[in-house]
Ligand binder design. Sequence first.
Ligand code: NAP
Length: 269
Amino acid sequence: MGLGREEADLLRPDTLGDAVERYLPEVVINAAADTAVDRAEAEFAAAWRANAVAPAALAEACRDRGIRLIHFSTDYVFDGSQRTPYLESDPTAPVNAYGRAKLGGEESVLNADPKHLVFRLSWVYSARGRNFALTMLRLAREGKPIRVVDDQIGSPTNARCIADSIAEIVGHFLALPEEPGGLFHLSAAGQTSWAGFAQSLLNEVFGGVAPTVEPIPTSAYPTPAARPAYSVLSNEKVQRRFGIRLPAWEDQLALWAEDLNGPSLPGHC
Ligand SMILES: NC(=O)c1ccc[n+]([C@@H]2O[C@H](COP(=O)([O-])OP(=O)(O)OC[C@H]3O[C@@H](n4cnc5c(N)ncnc54)[C@H](OP(=O)(O)O)[C@@H]3O)[C@@H](O)[C@H]2O)c1
């Protein structure tokens, strides 16, 4: 059962308890958020409401009904000064308003109930919807020049692989309802820059006739919100705890290219 804004509006946190009460599911997965990173700089109150106040309300509503909440956070809780993959225990220091609001959300979820789970994701893309990978593809098909920053490093993660991992993790907790939850990093293995990712995805789709991506520095592409220069997440903890395998970003990208031609089978990642 998936609820949209009509039944579960993050900007109306006081109504979220009623939405939980209406269905009383075994698990609630909150995949909704205000993800407009640049807009959050000018509209922090709304970003805070959707990304911190609403998750807090949802976490309390779930706790009061004995329901486990799965919530998503972001690599943007880090300042990017590290040069080795971030652990869950590393200090947070968001460099933008979106990251501050998301950090507020993850803290309130985990404070509400130690059985809740927060998964920090990074650089999420998919074969559907709107995302960086599909934008690059569109630009290439339109014959537009493709200039992409090459001094921000992260781990592009296919939404399908996140969904497959979460399905396994939910199964784990349904079998072991008393187990505590916690904070986990859930991203692809390995790292690249946005420019490296763009070039790889174009190569994957267009092969030898792929257009060339022009790498540019972040200073040549100014945005209202700063981004961390390095936000690679170590996914050791989630793999160890749940016995799941998170493929390298290149393998996840190959799966994305397959999915462009139609949905693949669940559990494929
Ligand atoms: N994308 C990334 O690279 C990335 C990286 C790290 C973490 N994350 C986290 O991963 C999660 C999913 O992100 P995403 O990339 O899938 O985001 P997305 O594509 O922007 O989707 C966000 C979803 O939230 C819904 N939403 C927005 N405002 C809402 C409101 N007021 N009430 C109810 N629903 C609302 C949107 O609904 P509509 O369809 O109606 O607009 C949309 O379905 C978020 O927690 C995000 O912070 C994402």
